[in-house]
Each structure stands twice: as C-alpha cells, then as structure tokens.
Design a protein around this ligand. Structure first.
Ligand SMILES: NC(=O)c1ccc[n+]([C@@H]2O[C@H](COP(=O)([O-])OP(=O)(O)OC[C@H]3O[C@@H](n4cnc5c(N)ncnc54)[C@H](OP(=O)(O)O)[C@@H]3O)[C@@H](O)[C@H]2O)c1
Length: 438
C-alpha cells in the first residue's frame, strides 16, 4: 500500500469530533475496504479544556490552524462561518492541498473565488457534508446525474424548520412553542436565525444550483423567506385542501437560461414525494431528462451522519492523491466560472388568505382586482368548515383563494391594491403552491 495520507482537521466541535472518532476507530476498516491508509496529523480547536464526546489524543491537539495546514496532505475545515474558515481554505488551496469542508455558508458566498483557486493551484475541494448532512446529494449530482440535464431541484434542506413545521401540524401548536421544543431537544440553536429565516436552506440550494446548472448564482439575489410568520391556521386549512406546508428550497432552469433559486414556505400536495419527509429529516427531489424523478431522504445533519459524508470525502481525496496525484475535480457538472442569471419574478400557483368582514360583495371585489392583473382564480373557500378552525366566533372570517399559475409580480401588484380595501382586516397571507398540474 502507498504511504499514509496525513489528514489535518481544523475544528473539533460537533462534526469535527465525530470525524476524528471515525478516522481513529475505523482506521483498519477504511484501510481494508478503501485500500487507503489515513493518518490524522493534527486537530485544531480553540479551547482543549472543553469536554468532547470523543477524547482526542493529546499529541494530535493544537490551537493553531496554520500548524494543521502545514503538517497535512489534506486539510479538513470544520469550524464554520466565513472568517477564519475562509483563511484556512484559501491558505490550503494556495498550497495546493486538497480541502474537505462541510461549510455551506462559505461555499454559497465564496464558491466562485474558491473554485478559481482550485483551478489556479490545480487542487480540489470536496463538500458532501455541506448539503443534506449524511445524504449523498452532491455525489448524485456530480456523478449519477452527470449525463442528464437537470431541470428542477426541490429540497427540504433544513432539519430544524422541518421539525418545527411537523410539530406545529402534529401537535396543533404555534411557531414559538414548536421552536422552544426544538431548542429543548437540541434541534435548534440558541440563536436559530439562520435556520428559521431560511438562510441555511438558501446556502444549500445555492450550492446545488451552481453544481446542477454549471455556474454561480449571486447569493444576495436568492429570494429567501423563512417560517417565522407561518400561522398554524394556514397549516390546518392547507391540510384540509390536500397540502402540507414545507420550507422548500427550489432551483429551476428556465428555457431562456435564467434560473429560479428561492426558499420559502410552500404548500405541496400529499402526492408530492417530499410531502412525507417529516421531523428533522431532509429530502430532495431531482428532476432530470433521462432519469426522471429521483428522491433522496435521510439524516440531514448531526455529528455522525455529517461526519460519514466528510470521511467519505477524505477517503476519496486520499485515494486521488495516492492513485492519480493532484487533479482538479471537474466533471460535466463541476463548477464553471460563469454567472447564472437569477430570475427576479416567479411563476407559481398561490394560496391566498384574506381575513374579511363577512358581508356580501367581498368576493366580487377581490376577484375583480385579481382579474385586473390577469390572475385567474382556481378555487374559493369560505365555507362553514373553516369556522371550526377559528378559536372563537368572529365577524372577520378567512376567505381562501387558490389561483392558477401566475407571475408573482402581478400578484403582488394586486395585493397592494387589495390591502387598501376596508373590508380586508389584515395583511393578506400569500403561500406559494408547488403543484405541477396547475
Ligand atoms: N452540526 C451539524 O450537524 C452540521 C451539519 C452539516 C454541516 N455542518 C457544518 O460543519 C461545520 C462545523 O459545524 P459544527 O456543528 O461541528 O460546529 P461547532 O460544533 O461549533 O464546532 C466548531 C469547532 O471549531 C473550532 N474553532 C472555532 N474557531 C477556531 C479557530 N480559530 N481555530 C481553531 N479551531 C476553531 C471550535 O473550537 P472549540 O471546540 O474549542 O470551541 C469547535 O471545535 C460548519 O460549517 C457547519 O455549517 C454542521
């Protein structure tokens, strides 16, 4: 067997500790199965007096990430964020050292810069753990689907928000209560902003859109709406209408070459393969020309699932170093240095809830304004069964309108006009519906 490959790990928290544990305890298995010898050179953390769930041997510990880079053939970045993590990645690539990372934030914001460094210094960076934790999403995109044209990716890519939405529906509780429960169980961080505001899912769909469509989207151009304003009433009404509410990350290629990349609460029909992806699980649906629909589902985060993906990347990189030398990882679905134009307007079906005074003529006036903007109504609900969802008898009742597909810019114009009508008592609720047949 060739010489051992020295792997250095920067960051020994949730994922880093699990990576160290797997590499040390499964060394023989990896040698036997993958025919590669991996040795940990150094592991960096800030404060080694902290208790970790796996004890890192003292001779491997350091607090200096530069020492890790210096002493390793492959550098694993697992500190997160875009500050020091970026320095670690840039420095390693400049020294032509392959990098493994699970850092979606860094890749979504600086993917283009990082890809150009890979090219310039003829090295590579693998990042399976960055999207979907232990689910091999990147591998499927780069390898399985290499011969296919991908038209659409729909993903439930954030376990925290999926857990919260599932709990709201199952236990009939509002967002705040479900969030508290998620925090108690360790599924949401003390500061959950990145998760609940949809930013984490947006980082991931940006990475996937870049890979699938061969270029780079500007992260700031992605439309992102989180779940903090989701009302339990809409989850319940949606369910009655045959939909489940998910925080969906969507990437679509349009005929003209523009791409739609967006994250928002979305109604999907029960028959959508993602509708039963519940709790902390992640799920993804690829649509491509030859394979058709492909769904993957599994543990989208957590120490061991993510570490499994990181270790697989380490093995692949180690094999590449031992067998083929340093090559730039580029496939037909690799990163091309071109800009992807992000569509500013979407074409979708919509669920609208108007809280209106219960009096004649209301529906007529709403329908008139929608029609002025070319929005066609597919269904209207203001039936007695809706009243059973209201906490107490009220003079203001929900009127639900489902539209046919329309451009969102037109819908927003109509909603601006509607907000001024005196019988509409609250800002209307708009939820996008992802449903092919409409
Ligand atoms: N957690 C997950 O389930 C998960 C899933 C998918 C992807 N990821 C990604 O994986 C990466 C790591 O996440 P994590 O949850 O493992 O983070 P974490 O638990 O916060 O661990 C971060 C580690 O980095 C170390 N660190 C921070 N600054 C450092 C510095 N300047 N020098 C040396 N070490 C430093 C910390 O040291 P101390 O321990 O001494 O504080 C800690 O060990 C992130 O990019 C995250 O987005 C995480």
């Amino acid at each position: 067997m060739a010489r051992p490959i020295r792997v250095g790990i920067v960051g020994c928290g949730t994922v880093g500790t699990a990576v160290v544990e797997i590499l040390l305890t499964q060394k023989e298995r990896i040698r036997e199965k993958a025919e590669v010898e991996i040795e940990i050179s150094k592991v960096a953390a800030r404060n080694w007096s902290k208790k970790r769930f796996f004890e890192v041997p003292e001779n491997l510990r350091t607090t200096d990430w530069k020492e890790v880079v210096e002493s390793s053939d492959i550098v694993v970045e697992l500190i997160g964020g875009v500050d020091i993590a970026k320095d670690v990645v840039v420095e390693s690539l400049k020294r032509a050292k392959p990098v493994i990372t699970a850092n979606k934030h860094l890749l979504a914001e600086y993917g283009r810069e990082i890809a150009s460094l890979m090219k310039k210094f003829k090295t590579f960076l693998f990042f399976e753990g960055a999207v979907g934790g232990g689910i091999p999403i990147v591998k499927v995109l780069k390898e399985t689907l290499v011969s296919n044209q991908i038209s659409e990716i729909l993903g439930i890519l954030n376990g925290t928000t999926n857990y919260i939405l599932t709990k709201m529906e199952e236990e009939n509780i509002p967002f705040n209560v479900a969030l508290e429960e998620a925090q108690k169980k360790g599924y949401a961080e003390a500061n959950p902003t990145f998760d609940v505001e949809g930013v984490d899912a947006a980082h991931k769909i940006a990475i996937l859109a870049n890979l699938a469509f061969g270029g780079f989207v500007k992260f700031s151009e992605i439309f992102v709406e989180g779940i903090t304003n989701v009302d339990l009433l809409d989850i319940k009404l949606g369910k009655e209408l045959g939909y489940r509410l998910k925080l969906l990350a969507i990437a679509k290629k349009r005929n003209g070459g523009e791409v739609e990349v967006r994250v928002h609460p979305t109604f999907i029909p029960f028959e959508n393969p993602l509708s039963n992806v519940d709790g902390v699980f992640n799920g993804i649906l690829f649509k491509s020309n030859y394979l058709g629909e492909l769904k993957l589902q599994g543990a989208g985060a957590g120490a061991y699932p993510t570490a499994t993906a990181v270790v697989q990347d380490i093995i692949q990189a180690a094999k590449q170093l031992t067998c083929c030398g340093k090559i730039f990882d580029i496939t037909a679905l690799g990163w091309n240095d071109k800009s992807l134009k992000v569509a500013k307007d979407f074409y979708s079906r919509y669920y609208l809830r108007f809280d209106v005074e219960d009096k004649p003529g209301v529906l007529y006036q709403i329908a008139k304004i929608l029609a002025e903007e070319g929005i066609s109504i597919a269904g209207v609900l203001q039936q007695e069964w809706i009243l059973k969802f209201l906490p107490k008898p009220s003079k203001v009742i929900p009127l639900i309108i489902l539209t046919h597909k329309a451009y969102e810019s037109k819908l927003k114009r109509a909603l601006e006009k509607l907000e001024n009508l005196s019988f509409i008592k609250e800002k209307p609720t708009l939820i996008r519906v992802e449903e092919e047949k409409y």
